[in-house]
Write a protein that binds this ligand. Structure first.
Ligand code: TDO
Length: 181
């Protein structure tokens, strides 16, 4: 497995080994031992999530202020632009974002540590999006920052307004958000 750092050193791109043959391909989408060996991160994943979205859907920017979740995210089918925003006040990269294209072609996975907000926009017709989390879903602790926050200045590779859930339309400004210590 190859590990590539992003503009935020704690946000990592993982490239698993892909075995292609005349049938298609095989890859280990997760291997605890290889993940820890390659990244130095010792954590336990407790939940697997799978969502399907159509083109131009944007989900985010989400985090849990308690029970913060580290997320290992990847695409089963399709293409997204995936974003992690550092919400850790003590971090050198507080308030900065990292964005990476994840697709069924590049097989990339993104490690989004606890203490980050996360979101993605769908670039393909549909996307099957899969991720593991290091803590359980806790809706009472869920928070959402507006995808188009003026201060964060995330450059989403979409023209016009993406399609958002009701909840995501009510995302708060970064300056008003709750942060991590
Ligand atoms: C996230 C989640 C949702 N749900 C339910 C609640 C709701 O009725 C329905 C849809 O939830 P949402 O609209 O919050 O789903 P979604 O907008 O896909 O939320 C996800 O977005 C991405 C960007 C993340 O980073 C995730 O952590 C998560 O916040 O699924 C669960 O039961 N368990 C879960 O872990």
């Amino acid at each position: 497995m190859k590990v590539i750092t992003t503009e935020i050193p704690d946000v990592l791109i993982l490239e698993p080994k892909v075995f292609g043959d005349q049938r298609g391909f095989f890859k280990e989408s997760f291997n605890q031992q290889k993940f820890t060996q390659a990244t130095g991160i010792e954590t336990t994943f407790v939940q697997d999530n799978y969502s399907r979205s159509s083109q131009n859907v944007l989900r985010g920017l989400h985090y849990q202020i308690q029970q913060p979740q580290g997320k290992l995210v990847f695409v089963g089918r399709g293409r997204v632009f995936d974003v992690a925003v550092d919400l850790r006040l003590s971090s050198k990269t507080f308030g900065r974002w990292a964005g990476v294209e994840l697709s069924d072609q590049n097989h990339r996975q993104l490690w989004v540590p606890p203490g980050f907000a996360h979101g993605f926009v769908v670039l393909s017709e549909t996307v099957d999006f899969l991720y593991k989390t290091t803590d359980y879903y806790a809706p009472q602790h869920e928070r959402c920052i507006a995808w188009n926050d003026a201060e964060l200045k995330i450059v989403w590779p979409v023209a016009g307004e993406p399609r958002l859930s009701k909840k995501d339309k009510q995302g708060v400004a970064f300056k008003d958000a709750e942060y991590f210590a």
